[in-house]
Design a protein around this ligand. Structure first.
Ligand code: WTA
Length: 652
């Protein structure tokens, strides 16, 4: 048994005393949620305001060929009204969004629920004026500014489906997503300041739109005032137009199952999938998990440091907090600008009570030294959270001691773009934590460990297997945009009757879950999900490259780094220049987050006689783990392996 399995951290008594859920209540509610999901979720569904109340609760089928997931299906609601309008009677003057700009010397904004209402209505009226209708897709490619949230909520208000593309993605990646979802319009900004640098979002959008239908309109938020090019008739100045349209826009009644948004995410094969989330089930689940996992109480200031371009930003900057009438903090910058104390400076400045970030950020800041934390008064913090990847015990201890001063429970939340909200996570007043474990399932979530080869359910408490979920929960994705068959194949085919997560997992004798990482060809680099296939296809699109294979390897700060084996065309010779050229190439094809950390020239790749690349071997070489190469006898040419080992990057 690992030491961390024995190291149990209960929340302080003072925390438990005020917590929404204590240990006894967790047990009782969890049992109720799996014994009678309909009754349990009928009650939780009432967290939302319904225009027409639902009479049906759960209607889900995981059978291959018939996969269908519906929650509250006959209910009618509007997501924006739930996030804004219903709070106006009691908290119109309360701050809904605190916006902290990239430059600490620039003023922060405090946007009240009343102001949020007006801004979202005006934004919605701008969308309507551009012909955006219910069910139309709107791509949002934005900096971390309030207008990104206005755009999301404006779509929700009129029943349009938004699809946010992370501002770090390249024009090509943006164009692919605009085309895949058939967007009618893109919302962007002139430029995006981050860490003192600027990303040219409008010019990226201009480049992307060259590959899209000429009917796609472009709404531009002039945020920095930087010089941009302009196409009359296509480009619209949103801020100017918001001033001219009506300040009110009635929320459109939507079915609970109408899609709220599409978010593209990487899988083990092929191009990114458009994950589709619903309106009713998603919002109820985001709201409930936000309240209970973070033990959010009225008046608290909640900060999730993710970008709205990822699901974490959707559920825990915008939808969950605002559905709960919370004050949510949105940060434009990065943790290390202007110095490595920025996160803590912002926590102190705005009196943050719950802080939620990724282990990669914690590791990076830990490396800068504790003095950056100690400079700031962190007495407002009551709870800390992590998401995106397993947290190593050293980083956990540092977060706990240096940031939380040993008095803030740490919620290590396991979930996915596909799940909409937290799945396995401590409820802080109920479940003592263990460093590195996501602990126990959230209400209604039934995790199972399966034997990877046979798919049999492992009944022993202490066990290891692949992680699957036995039944539906309201926040579950409904389909892959435009490709329901792919949805079924990806998540329901390999282990019939279950939702397969793609993660490996261990369960200890106390029934705690420990995520061990992806078991498929998905990389997790600094908490960002990436398919090896995507990076490979970017590499082979370069004229000098004949073939490429990409694997992950352990990286101290990023969790995983990207290791690329590249076979060049016959007439090409390896050089440092070419290596740099390939790095730049991948940055422009996908975005900076996909840049390979190490490129190894590989005269040959290990392949089976039928031509399949044996990634298992490449992974082992990248990990420097030559003893465990396994059986190489099925290789067409076993000598390529010796050559690859001989030339491994960063030996030692
Ligand atoms: C990984 C992010 C360990 C996991 C919300 C999952 C985690 C993938 C954790 C989803 C955690 C997420 N501990 N691993 N607490 N949270 N992961 O879709 O491999 O960007 O499958 O969603 O991140 O990444 P995604």
């Amino acid at each position: 048994m690992l030491d961390t399995e024995k190291s149990s951290h209960p929340a302080p008594d003072s925390f438990v005393a005020k917590a929404h859920v204590d240990a006894a209540r967790y047990e009782q509610m969890y049992q109720a949620s799996v014994d009678d999901p309909d009754a349990f979720w009928a009650k939780e569904g009432k967290r939302l305001d319904w225009i027409e109340p639902f009479t049906k609760v759960k209607n889900a089928n995981f059978t291959l060929g018939e996969v269908s997931i519906k929650w509250f299906e006959d209910g009618v609601l509007n997501v924006a009204a739930n996030c804004i309008d219903r709070h106006l009677a009691t908290r119109a003057d309360q701050t809904a969004i605190i916006w902290e700009p990239d430059e600490p010397t620039d003023p922060a904004l405090h946007i009240t629920y009343r102001e949020l209402h007006e801004n979202v209505c005006r934004f919605a009226n701008v969308l309507l004026s551009q012909g955006v209708m219910r069910g139309d897709r709107v791509v949002i490619y934005m900096p971390m500014i309030p207008e990104a949230a206005y755009a999301m909520l404006a779509c929700a208000r009129i029943g349009a489906i938004h699809s946010i593309v992370f501002a770090g993605f390249s024009p090509d990646a943006l164009a692919n997503r605009i085309n895949d979802c058939g967007a009618k319009l893109v919302v962007t900004a002139d430029t995006a300041p981050r860490g003192g640098k600027r990303t040219a979002l409008k010019s990226n959008t201009d480049a992307a739109l060259l590959h899209c239908s000429d009917k796609v309109r472009c709404l531009v938020v002039k945020h920095t005032g930087d010089q941009i090019s302009w196409i009359d008739g296509r480009d619209v100045d949103v801020k100017a137009m918001m001033k001219t349209v009506a300040p009110d826009c009635p929320p459109r009644p939507m079915g609970a199952e109408d899609p709220l948004f599409i978010l593209y995410t990487s899988g083990s094969t092929g191009k990114p999938k458009g994950v589709v989330h619903s309106s009713g089930g998603y919002l109820a689940y985001a709201a409930m998990t936000h309240q209970l996992t973070f033990d959010y109480h009225d008046g608290d200031v909640f900060w999730c440091s993710a970008d709205v371009g990822w699901v974490t930003g959707h559920s825990y900057i915008v939808y969950g907090p605002l559905a709960n009438g919370a004050t949510t903090l949105m940060f434009e910058g990065v943790p290390t600008y202007p110095d490595a104390g920025r996160f803590w400076e912002v926590c102190a400045k705005h009196g943050v009570n719950q802080f939620y970030t990724a282990p990669t950020a914690i590791r990076a800041l830990m490396g800068q030294g504790s003095e950056w934390v100690e400079k700031h008064d962190l007495s407002s913090l009551r709870l800390l959270g992590t998401v995106g990847e397993p947290i190593n015990p050293e980083a956990w201890e540092w977060y706990n001691e240096t940031v939380g001063k040993g008095r803030c429970p740490i919620v290590d939340t396991w979930w996915q773009t596909e799940t909409g909200g937290h799945m396995i996570t401590p409820l802080p007043g109920a479940i003592p934590t263990k460093p590195g474990s996501a602990t126990k399932p959230f209400f209604g979530v039934q995790p199972v460990l399966l034997e990877p080869n046979t798919g049999e359910v492992i009944d022993d408490t202490a066990a290891e297997g692949v992680l699957a979920i036995a039944d539906s929960w309201p926040g579950q994705m409904r389909t892959v945009w435009g490709d329901h068959a792919r949805f079924e194949e990806t998540y329901f085919q390999q282990y019939p009757g279950y939702y397969f997560s793609g993660d490996g997992c261990r369960r200890d004798a106390d029934g705690y879950y420990w995520i061990t990482g992806r078991v498929d060809d998905v990389l997790n680099v600094s908490g960002h999900r990436m398919g090896t296939a995507e990076v490979e296809s970017a590499l082979v699109a370069h004229k000098a490259v004949a073939e490429a294979a990409v694997v992950g390897y352990p990286h101290d700060v990023k969790g995983q780094g990207i290791y690329a084996y590249v076979t060049l065309m016959n007439n090409e010779t390896p050089s440092d220049e070419l290596r740099k050229d390939l790095e730049t190439w991948v940055r422009t094809e996908i975005g900076p987050i996909a840049k390979p950390d190490l490129i190894q020239w590989a005269p040959g790749l290990p392949k089976t006689r039928s031509g399949k690349i044996m990634r298992r071997i490449l992974r082992k070489i990248a990990e420097n783990d030559y003893g465990a190469l396994g059986d190489t006898s099925t290789l067409a040419d076993p000598s390529v392996v010796d050559d690859l080992i001989e030339n491994r990057m960063n030996k030692g």
